[in-house]
Design a protein around this ligand. Structure first.
Ligand code: C5P
Length: 406
């Protein structure tokens, strides 16, 4: 139920706007109060009259409408909601949001607000797949904007693929989840706890154009960040150049090298817990040049390595300000249990999540993981499951350890 929840619903200009009329009805059935905002393009698809009739509320349309401004300034309008929902979110509206533009009422509200925002994108598949839209999606996710959809399917324009707006009931479910996330931010097991998570590989430069990297996709780290945020934690997510996008609703810090990752971790402390899921390069090239190493006939370059800081060990062994729970990962190919147990002692961390990354397991870069959690009490092997499921289980164990809650 959404009893007495205040939703500010921004309806953008797309054919999917007709579904937003049903969305209003579904939200009101559940007890929510809906304040509608219609963009100029939105009025091409649905009329202000039908929107206001269904919402049982005046429709706000114009930035410089003096009556609206005296009724309620746009700043206040944007802040007097529990959640702002943009449905449909067009490519244009998303571009405006990503660029911080404010040239009409909807974009101004979105820039002026500190209320959580959930968007339901809807557009032609080519517009969705265009690199400009994909860049905007990444920016919006970094900014903590929540997404629902789009779905794959047939579109009004006759094409097929991702871009169909989620169905009204799917949007309702996402709204309920977003609000539950906020509520757990007040009442949930990780409420008020700060957790830092490292994720992804690091890139260690050889020269300005070449680098040494590893096969970590960042999938497990992103899933852990998402699972902790879903329990209400404030998450600082420090990621190397990963294949998988960072989760929504976390503070993202992007780094390239191990040294940058260490600096970002130190800057993010203090934390109640720290999860080191990054595959940090053990070595960097000792004297990475500022100019490109030239190919020379017959002479092969020789690289000298220097050891990278062990970020996990440094944090786990802090004398003052150590996080209450420090969790490391051990990606091993042989003697997983023995090596991981020794690693836990050597690094000084509280828990080690050990996994077998031998090529035949398909775990590195894959969607599944089979882990063993090693704590002071011993080792516990979890069945092979999706990385999301591993993340949720680990997040609830962390919540339990920190708060005693299950
Ligand atoms: O020593 P090894 O790389 O096997 O240890 C893996 C664990 O240590 C992971 O949790 C990883 O994130 C962390 N680590 C680190 N800094 C390093 C190397 C590893 O934080 N330089």
């Amino acid at each position: 139920m959404l009893t007495s929840t205040r939703i500010l619903l921004i309806i953008g200009g797309g054919i999917a706007a007709f579904k937003s009329l049903d969305l209003i009805r579904r939200l009101r059935e559940r007890g929510a109060a809906v304040t509608p905002v219609l963009t100029r393009a939105g009025t091409e698809f649905v009329t202000p009259l039908s929107v206001s009739a269904l919402a049982g509320h005046k429709v706000f349309q114009h930035l410089f409408d003096l009556t609206d401004e005296s009724d309620m300034g746009h700043i206040e309008l944007s802040r007097s909601a529990d959640l702002i929902v943009v449905a449909p979110a067009t490519a244009d509206l998303m571009a405006k949001m990503a660029g911080g533009q404010a040239d009409d009422l909807a974009s101004t509200l979105l820039l002026a607000t500190d209320t959580p925002v959930l968007i339901a994108p809807a557009m032609n598949v080519r517009m969705w797949e265009h690199p400009a839209t994909q860049r905007n999606i990444a920016t919006l996710k970094d900014d903590g904007i929540l997404f629902v959809g789009p779905n794959d399917g047939d579109m009004a324009c006759g094409e097929h693929g991702p871009g169909r707006m989620s169905e009204p009931l799917e949007i309702v479910a996402a709204i309920e989840a977003a609000l539950a996330g906020q509520e757990t931010g007040v009442k949930g097991p990780m409420a008020g706890r700060h957790v830092l998570v490292t994720s992804g590989p690091t890139h260690e430069p050889i020269d300005p154009v070449r680098y040494i990297a590893n096969r970590s996709s960042g999938a497990q780290g992103s899933a852990i960040g998402a699972a902790l945020a879903a329990l209400g934690a404030t998450v600082t997510f420090i990621t190397g150049p990963a294949d998988v996008p960072p989760p929504a609703g976390v503070k993202v810090v992007r780094v390239e090298t191990a040294q940058q990752m260490q600096a970002a971790v130190n800057a993010a402390l203090p934390a109640d817990a720290a999860v080191f899921a990054a595959a940090v390069a053990d070595w960097r090239v000792a004297s990475a040049g500022t100019s490109k190493i030239k190919k020379q006939d017959g002479a092969l370059p020789v690289l000298e390595f220097a050891e990278n800081p062990d970020i996990l060990a440094q944090v786990a062994q802090m004398r003052a300000g150590r996080p209450g729970l420090v969790v490391g990962f051990a990606a091993e190919t042989d003697d997983v249990l023995a090596n991981a147990t020794a690693k836990r002692a050597r690094k000084g961390c509280d828990w080690i999540v050990a996994n077998d990354v031998s090529a035949q397991t398909g775990i590195m870069g894959g969607a599944e993981n089979a882990v063993t959690l090693i704590t002071a009490e011993g080792a516990q092997s979890w069945p092979r499951m999706g990385k999301d499921a591993v993340a949720r289980q680990l997040a609830s164990r962390i919540a339990e350890a920190l708060t005693g809650a299950q």
